[in-house]
Design a protein around this ligand. Sequence first.
Ligand SMILES: Cc1cc2nc3c(=O)[nH]c(=O)nc-3n(C[C@H](O)[C@H](O)[C@H](O)COP(=O)(O)OP(=O)(O)OC[C@H]3O[C@@H](n4cnc5c(N)ncnc54)[C@H](O)[C@@H]3O)c2cc1C
Length: 377
Amino acid sequence: MDFVPTDQQKLLRKTVREFVDREIAPKAAEVDEKEVFPRENLQKIADMGLYAAFVPEEYGGSPVDAINRAIMVEELARGCPSTAVAFAASCLIAYTIYKFGSDELRRRYLPSFVKKVTVGAFAITEPHAGSDVAAIRTRAKLVGDEYVINGTKAMITNGAEADVYLILAKLEDEKGMNLFVVERDFPGFSPSKKERLMGFRGAATSELVLNDCRVPKENVLGEVGKGIRVAMAALDVDRTFIGAIGVGIAQAALEASIRYAGEREAFGKKIGEFQAIQFMIADMAMEVEAARLFVYKAADLWQKGLPFSTEAAMAKLKASEVAVWSALKAIEIHGGYGYSREFPVERYLRDAKALELMAGTSEVQRMVIGKAMLKQA
Ligand SMILES: Cc1cc2nc3c(=O)[nH]c(=O)nc-3n(C[C@H](O)[C@H](O)[C@H](O)COP(=O)(O)OP(=O)(O)OC[C@H]3O[C@@H](n4cnc5c(N)ncnc54)[C@H](O)[C@@H]3O)c2cc1C
């Protein structure tokens, strides 16, 4: 066990942090306020080589390990959570195609994630089925060399803007599910209603409609009929990234609180001199660090090819709850201004709340963890 960051990790964090402070964070309020998809930010991130970090060398990438990936996502979220979630969702698609795709699918899709900004979206949820994945109604039928897919997906991050989608659908005659790679311009596919969200307002979350959408039969990830397993494996990575976003938001809330406590005066003193404020900051610092350790542990297991579903659920649950709690503390420390849109901390709360819902609610994470604990007993 080693708690000391490597030189590579330190350098990566420093480089990404400086880039984010210079190029990404200054536009975070505008991304939220105007609900703009941060494509410009994603282009800069691609130019920095961060997309390439998720793609193996043989497809043009220059990969880094999973902890370094978590550090990147964390640092992006510290500056602009909407940008971080748009980036992480895209990298998740590249990862899943690499892990479960045929050589042909890898060759067709992976280089595009490096050469230009390719936006990805992962679509499981439907208007009437979220936690209960088995209840999805999207159906796929094999007709000749193509699957014909019909259904509607809901609340899909990057949905309105993506180029490549992973779509989970049930096969006819109860023969399991497939996870399909679907391109935006496949016939019968259309991004539909954009959701009007409380937070992550830059993430172009939207509904997707598949109306006799035709998908080549080669575009299936993993074994035919076993798509649910592929989707669940992708969710482990998704949850680790969401944990990293939670750590980034909580870190931003902590830093904003420290800054404000050093500036604001009350009763003739800086508020940071009051023990009540110091205690809140101490508790925030501890919780952020705890959440970070959960995320790095999940990432380390992922990197080593070991099972990490339970740890990913723990990382996502802990970090999302710490992000919400830290944002609330930051609002408290900012007093009335904490509630004002002039300061970023109210935005942190709105963004953080989404983390408790996406990729499985906190109740679902507790179910995953609880079941694993009882199995061990
Ligand atoms: C910002 C945002 C981005 C998202 N991005 C994506 C995306 O990119 N792709 C995607 O596929 N989905 C996405 N989602 C959808 C998200 O994954 C679902 O909202 C989530 O899984 C919950 O499903 P649901 O909304 O249908 O709630 P429901 O499943 O209807 O749950 C409603 C409530 O009941 C509880 N509940 C349900 N079942 C149980 C149970 N067995 N035991 C105890 N409590 C239970 C839930 O925890 C919740 O509190 C996103 C959601 C948000 C908010």
